[in-house]
Design a protein around this ligand. Structure first.
Ligand code: SF4
Length: 323
Protein backbone atom coordinates (compact mmCIF):
# COMPACT_ATOMS: atom_id res chain seq x y z
CA UNK A 1 0.00 0.00 0.00
CA UNK A 2 2.88 2.36 0.83
CA UNK A 3 6.52 2.47 -0.14
CA UNK A 4 7.43 4.51 2.93
CA UNK A 5 6.82 3.90 6.66
CA UNK A 6 3.27 4.87 7.68
CA UNK A 7 1.60 4.49 11.08
CA UNK A 8 -1.85 3.07 10.42
CA UNK A 9 -4.25 2.89 13.36
CA UNK A 10 -7.81 1.56 13.36
CA UNK A 11 -10.08 3.74 15.49
CA UNK A 12 -13.77 4.02 16.42
CA UNK A 13 -15.23 7.46 15.69
CA UNK A 14 -17.79 8.96 18.06
CA UNK A 15 -19.22 11.25 15.39
CA UNK A 16 -18.73 11.66 11.67
CA UNK A 17 -20.82 14.63 10.55
CA UNK A 18 -19.12 17.85 11.63
CA UNK A 19 -20.62 21.32 11.23
CA UNK A 20 -18.57 23.49 8.88
CA UNK A 21 -17.86 27.15 8.24
CA UNK A 22 -16.37 26.44 4.80
CA UNK A 23 -17.99 28.28 1.89
CA UNK A 24 -20.53 26.11 0.09
CA UNK A 25 -21.03 23.41 2.72
CA UNK A 26 -22.96 22.82 5.96
CA UNK A 27 -21.25 19.64 7.20
CA UNK A 28 -18.01 17.79 6.53
CA UNK A 29 -17.17 14.09 6.73
CA UNK A 30 -13.55 12.99 7.14
CA UNK A 31 -13.34 9.19 6.90
CA UNK A 32 -9.70 9.28 8.02
CA UNK A 33 -7.59 11.30 10.43
CA UNK A 34 -4.34 12.47 8.89
CA UNK A 35 -3.36 12.29 5.25
CA UNK A 36 -0.54 10.27 3.78
CA UNK A 37 -0.44 12.42 0.65
CA UNK A 38 1.52 14.81 2.89
CA UNK A 39 1.34 17.97 0.75
CA UNK A 40 3.82 20.64 1.79
CA UNK A 41 1.20 23.41 1.71
CA UNK A 42 -1.48 21.46 3.60
CA UNK A 43 -3.30 23.49 6.26
CA UNK A 44 -4.93 20.39 7.77
CA UNK A 45 -1.86 19.60 9.85
CA UNK A 46 -3.46 21.69 12.63
CA UNK A 47 -5.58 18.59 13.35
CA UNK A 48 -2.50 16.88 14.83
CA UNK A 49 -3.03 18.85 18.04
CA UNK A 50 -6.37 17.33 18.97
CA UNK A 51 -6.12 13.87 17.44
CA UNK A 52 -3.26 12.58 19.56
CA UNK A 53 -0.62 13.12 16.87
CA UNK A 54 1.22 16.21 18.20
CA UNK A 55 4.53 14.36 18.04
CA UNK A 56 3.99 12.93 14.55
CA UNK A 57 5.14 14.40 11.30
CA UNK A 58 2.28 15.30 8.92
CA UNK A 59 1.90 12.75 6.14
CA UNK A 60 3.24 9.66 7.90
CA UNK A 61 0.22 8.60 9.94
CA UNK A 62 -3.40 7.82 9.25
CA UNK A 63 -6.21 6.75 11.57
CA UNK A 64 -8.89 4.69 9.88
CA UNK A 65 -12.40 5.38 11.24
CA UNK A 66 -13.59 1.81 10.86
CA UNK A 67 -17.13 2.48 12.12
CA UNK A 68 -17.65 5.72 10.14
CA UNK A 69 -20.44 4.39 7.93
CA UNK A 70 -22.45 3.02 10.89
CA UNK A 71 -22.09 6.26 12.82
CA UNK A 72 -23.08 8.28 9.77
CA UNK A 73 -26.20 6.21 9.27
CA UNK A 74 -27.29 6.85 12.88
CA UNK A 75 -26.49 10.57 12.63
CA UNK A 76 -28.55 10.95 9.46
CA UNK A 77 -31.46 9.14 11.12
CA UNK A 78 -31.26 11.54 14.09
CA UNK A 79 -31.10 14.47 11.69
CA UNK A 80 -34.15 13.28 9.90
CA UNK A 81 -36.18 12.89 13.09
CA UNK A 82 -35.14 16.37 14.22
CA UNK A 83 -36.07 17.89 10.88
CA UNK A 84 -39.43 16.15 10.82
CA UNK A 85 -40.24 17.67 14.20
CA UNK A 86 -39.10 21.13 13.13
CA UNK A 87 -40.96 21.09 9.82
CA UNK A 88 -44.38 19.71 10.76
CA UNK A 89 -46.68 20.48 7.85
CA UNK A 90 -43.77 21.11 5.46
CA UNK A 91 -42.89 17.51 4.87
CA UNK A 92 -42.53 16.27 1.33
CA UNK A 93 -44.27 13.08 0.15
CA UNK A 94 -41.12 11.04 0.63
CA UNK A 95 -41.11 11.88 4.33
CA UNK A 96 -38.35 14.46 4.25
CA UNK A 97 -38.24 18.22 4.64
CA UNK A 98 -37.24 20.30 1.65
CA UNK A 99 -34.11 22.07 3.02
CA UNK A 100 -31.03 20.53 1.43
CA UNK A 101 -28.00 19.83 3.60
CA UNK A 102 -24.66 20.28 1.86
CA UNK A 103 -21.98 17.77 2.83
CA UNK A 104 -18.33 17.81 1.82
CA UNK A 105 -16.33 14.59 2.14
CA UNK A 106 -12.63 15.30 2.67
CA UNK A 107 -11.99 18.69 4.26
CA UNK A 108 -8.94 17.76 6.35
CA UNK A 109 -7.98 14.43 4.85
CA UNK A 110 -8.04 12.86 1.40
CA UNK A 111 -10.90 10.33 1.30
CA UNK A 112 -9.12 8.37 -1.48
CA UNK A 113 -5.60 8.19 -0.06
CA UNK A 114 -3.78 4.81 -0.13
CA UNK A 115 -5.61 3.12 2.77
CA UNK A 116 -9.00 3.59 1.08
CA UNK A 117 -8.07 0.91 -1.46
CA UNK A 118 -8.07 -1.60 1.40
CA UNK A 119 -10.54 -0.27 4.01
CA UNK A 120 -13.15 1.32 1.71
CA UNK A 121 -14.41 3.66 4.46
CA UNK A 122 -15.27 6.41 1.97
CA UNK A 123 -17.09 3.96 -0.26
CA UNK A 124 -19.13 2.67 2.69
CA UNK A 125 -20.05 6.24 3.71
CA UNK A 126 -21.15 6.96 0.13
CA UNK A 127 -23.31 3.83 0.22
CA UNK A 128 -25.03 5.17 3.34
CA UNK A 129 -25.62 8.52 1.61
CA UNK A 130 -26.87 6.66 -1.46
CA UNK A 131 -29.58 4.97 0.61
CA UNK A 132 -30.47 7.99 2.72
CA UNK A 133 -33.81 9.63 1.97
CA UNK A 134 -32.61 12.85 3.52
CA UNK A 135 -32.31 15.74 1.02
CA UNK A 136 -28.59 16.06 0.54
CA UNK A 137 -26.05 17.65 -1.72
CA UNK A 138 -22.85 15.61 -1.53
CA UNK A 139 -19.43 16.65 -2.71
CA UNK A 140 -16.29 14.52 -2.55
CA UNK A 141 -12.94 16.28 -2.69
CA UNK A 142 -9.80 14.35 -3.59
CA UNK A 143 -6.47 14.29 -5.38
CA UNK A 144 -6.77 10.64 -6.30
CA UNK A 145 -7.92 8.73 -9.36
CA UNK A 146 -9.11 5.98 -6.96
CA UNK A 147 -12.41 7.89 -6.82
CA UNK A 148 -13.32 6.39 -10.21
CA UNK A 149 -13.61 2.99 -8.48
CA UNK A 150 -16.81 4.33 -6.86
CA UNK A 151 -18.51 5.65 -9.99
CA UNK A 152 -21.17 2.93 -9.56
CA UNK A 153 -22.18 4.33 -6.15
CA UNK A 154 -21.71 7.99 -7.05
CA UNK A 155 -24.08 7.59 -9.98
CA UNK A 156 -26.90 6.64 -7.63
CA UNK A 157 -26.59 9.66 -5.34
CA UNK A 158 -29.01 12.29 -6.54
CA UNK A 159 -27.05 15.50 -5.89
CA UNK A 160 -23.42 14.53 -6.07
CA UNK A 161 -20.27 16.11 -7.40
CA UNK A 162 -16.61 15.20 -7.30
CA UNK A 163 -13.96 17.84 -6.76
CA UNK A 164 -10.48 17.07 -8.02
CA UNK A 165 -7.65 19.21 -6.73
CA UNK A 166 -5.22 19.99 -9.52
CA UNK A 167 -2.63 22.65 -8.85
CA UNK A 168 -0.52 22.39 -12.04
CA UNK A 169 -0.32 20.24 -15.16
CA UNK A 170 3.33 19.47 -14.54
CA UNK A 171 3.70 16.06 -12.83
CA UNK A 172 6.94 17.12 -11.21
CA UNK A 173 5.04 19.71 -9.15
CA UNK A 174 3.07 16.92 -7.55
CA UNK A 175 6.26 15.00 -6.89
CA UNK A 176 7.87 17.98 -5.22
CA UNK A 177 5.04 19.69 -3.35
CA UNK A 178 2.32 17.09 -3.01
CA UNK A 179 4.43 14.35 -1.47
CA UNK A 180 2.66 11.11 -2.26
CA UNK A 181 -0.43 12.30 -4.10
CA UNK A 182 -1.04 10.86 -7.59
CA UNK A 183 0.45 12.83 -10.50
CA UNK A 184 -1.64 15.46 -12.28
CA UNK A 185 -2.06 13.36 -15.43
CA UNK A 186 -3.89 10.62 -13.45
CA UNK A 187 -6.15 13.21 -11.83
CA UNK A 188 -6.98 14.73 -15.21
CA UNK A 189 -7.82 11.35 -16.71
CA UNK A 190 -9.98 10.50 -13.67
CA UNK A 191 -11.81 13.78 -14.18
CA UNK A 192 -12.49 12.85 -17.79
CA UNK A 193 -13.80 9.42 -16.76
CA UNK A 194 -16.14 10.98 -14.19
CA UNK A 195 -17.49 13.42 -16.76
CA UNK A 196 -17.97 10.63 -19.28
CA UNK A 197 -19.94 8.75 -16.62
CA UNK A 198 -22.22 11.79 -16.24
CA UNK A 199 -20.98 12.75 -12.78
CA UNK A 200 -20.73 16.44 -12.09
CA UNK A 201 -17.20 17.57 -11.32
CA UNK A 202 -15.32 20.65 -10.31
CA UNK A 203 -11.62 21.36 -10.07
CA UNK A 204 -10.03 22.98 -7.07
CA UNK A 205 -7.00 24.97 -8.11
CA UNK A 206 -6.17 25.15 -4.48
CA UNK A 207 -3.77 26.50 -3.64
CA UNK A 208 -2.86 28.74 -6.55
CA UNK A 209 0.83 27.95 -6.62
CA UNK A 210 3.20 30.88 -7.03
CA UNK A 211 5.74 30.17 -9.77
CA UNK A 212 3.86 27.08 -11.00
CA UNK A 213 0.59 28.72 -12.08
CA UNK A 214 0.93 32.42 -11.32
CA UNK A 215 1.91 33.33 -14.86
CA UNK A 216 -0.30 33.54 -17.90
CA UNK A 217 1.23 30.75 -19.96
CA UNK A 218 1.15 28.19 -17.16
CA UNK A 219 -2.32 29.25 -16.09
CA UNK A 220 -3.68 28.84 -19.62
CA UNK A 221 -2.01 25.43 -19.90
CA UNK A 222 -3.76 24.35 -16.71
CA UNK A 223 -7.17 25.72 -17.72
CA UNK A 224 -6.85 24.15 -21.19
CA UNK A 225 -6.12 20.74 -19.66
CA UNK A 226 -9.06 21.08 -17.26
CA UNK A 227 -11.42 22.17 -20.04
CA UNK A 228 -10.51 19.15 -22.17
CA UNK A 229 -11.78 16.77 -19.48
CA UNK A 230 -15.32 18.13 -19.80
CA UNK A 231 -15.14 19.82 -16.39
CA UNK A 232 -17.20 23.03 -16.16
CA UNK A 233 -16.52 24.50 -12.73
CA UNK A 234 -13.33 25.68 -11.01
CA UNK A 235 -12.67 26.80 -7.45
CA UNK A 236 -9.71 29.11 -7.03
CA UNK A 237 -7.98 29.73 -3.73
CA UNK A 238 -4.91 31.72 -2.76
CA UNK A 239 -2.13 29.90 -0.99
CA UNK A 240 -1.96 30.39 2.74
CA UNK A 241 1.69 30.38 3.75
CA UNK A 242 0.97 31.08 7.42
CA UNK A 243 2.17 28.96 10.36
CA UNK A 244 5.20 26.85 9.49
CA UNK A 245 3.97 26.15 5.94
CA UNK A 246 6.35 28.53 4.18
CA UNK A 247 9.28 26.91 5.96
CA UNK A 248 8.04 23.42 5.02
CA UNK A 249 7.50 24.39 1.37
CA UNK A 250 10.92 26.00 1.10
CA UNK A 251 12.60 22.94 2.57
CA UNK A 252 10.97 20.82 -0.13
CA UNK A 253 11.75 23.05 -3.11
CA UNK A 254 14.98 24.81 -2.30
CA UNK A 255 17.23 22.19 -3.90
CA UNK A 256 14.86 21.16 -6.69
CA UNK A 257 13.36 24.45 -7.93
CA UNK A 258 15.40 27.16 -6.19
CA UNK A 259 13.83 29.99 -8.19
CA UNK A 260 10.38 29.05 -6.82
CA UNK A 261 11.38 29.70 -3.22
CA UNK A 262 11.35 33.48 -3.69
CA UNK A 263 7.95 33.31 -5.43
CA UNK A 264 6.46 31.56 -2.39
CA UNK A 265 7.95 34.22 -0.14
CA UNK A 266 6.20 36.91 -2.21
CA UNK A 267 2.86 35.13 -1.93
CA UNK A 268 2.34 36.72 1.48
CA UNK A 269 2.06 40.24 0.03
CA UNK A 270 -1.11 42.03 -1.06
CA UNK A 271 0.60 43.08 -4.29
CA UNK A 272 1.12 39.43 -5.25
CA UNK A 273 -2.53 38.62 -4.53
CA UNK A 274 -3.88 41.71 -6.34
CA UNK A 275 -1.78 41.00 -9.45
CA UNK A 276 -2.81 37.36 -9.46
CA UNK A 277 -6.52 38.23 -9.01
CA UNK A 278 -6.38 40.53 -12.03
CA UNK A 279 -4.51 37.96 -14.12
CA UNK A 280 -6.99 35.22 -13.19
CA UNK A 281 -10.07 37.20 -14.11
CA UNK A 282 -8.51 38.30 -17.40
CA UNK A 283 -7.56 34.74 -18.39
CA UNK A 284 -10.87 33.31 -17.18
CA UNK A 285 -12.67 35.53 -19.71
CA UNK A 286 -11.51 33.09 -22.38
CA UNK A 287 -12.98 30.07 -20.64
CA UNK A 288 -16.59 29.56 -19.71
CA UNK A 289 -15.95 28.04 -16.29
CA UNK A 290 -18.38 28.59 -13.49
CA UNK A 291 -16.43 30.02 -10.54
CA UNK A 292 -17.19 28.02 -7.41
CA UNK A 293 -17.97 30.08 -4.30
CA UNK A 294 -18.64 33.12 -6.52
CA UNK A 295 -15.03 34.34 -6.67
CA UNK A 296 -11.40 33.76 -5.75
CA UNK A 297 -11.10 32.59 -2.17
CA UNK A 298 -8.61 34.16 0.22
CA UNK A 299 -8.92 31.95 3.27
CA UNK A 300 -6.39 33.90 5.30
CA UNK A 301 -8.45 37.10 5.02
CA UNK A 302 -11.77 35.23 4.91
CA UNK A 303 -12.59 37.09 1.70
CA UNK A 304 -14.20 36.21 -1.63
CA UNK A 305 -12.83 38.33 -4.47
CA UNK A 306 -15.11 39.00 -7.44
CA UNK A 307 -15.00 41.10 -10.58
CA UNK A 308 -18.74 41.38 -10.85
CA UNK A 309 -21.10 44.04 -9.52
CA UNK A 310 -23.67 41.49 -8.51
CA UNK A 311 -24.34 41.12 -4.81
CA UNK A 312 -23.15 37.79 -3.49
CA UNK A 313 -24.27 36.25 -0.23
CA UNK A 314 -21.20 35.17 1.74
CA UNK A 315 -20.98 33.03 4.85
CA UNK A 316 -21.05 34.63 8.29
CA UNK A 317 -17.58 35.92 9.16
CA UNK A 318 -16.58 36.25 5.49
CA UNK A 319 -16.41 39.42 3.39
CA UNK A 320 -16.75 40.27 -0.27
CA UNK A 321 -13.98 42.15 -2.08
CA UNK A 322 -13.81 43.41 -5.63
CA UNK A 323 -10.72 43.48 -7.84
S1 SF4 B 1 -4.31 15.77 -0.06
FE1 SF4 B 1 -5.31 17.48 0.97
S2 SF4 B 1 -5.53 16.82 3.11
FE2 SF4 B 1 -4.03 15.47 2.14
S3 SF4 B 1 -2.06 16.38 2.64
FE3 SF4 B 1 -2.68 17.13 0.61
S4 SF4 B 1 -3.73 19.08 1.02
FE4 SF4 B 1 -3.60 17.96 2.96
Amino acid sequence: MYNFPVKIKLIEAKSVLTKSQLPGCDYVINPYTGCTFGCSYCYADFTKRFTGHSGDEWGVYVDVKVNAANVLEKELERFKRKRLNQHKGLIADNGTSSKIIKILIGSVTDPYQGVEAKYKITRKCLQVLEKSRFPLEVSVLTKSHLVTRDIDVLKNIRNVSVGMTITATDDTVARILEGNAPPARLRLSALKKLNQAGIETYVCVNPLLPHFVANEKKLRKLFDAIKKTGNKEVWLEHINVGGNRLKRIKQMIVNKVPEAAEAFEQAKTSKYKDDLNRLLFRVLNDYSFKIGGGGIIDHKRKAIITNSNKTLKVKKGWKLDRV
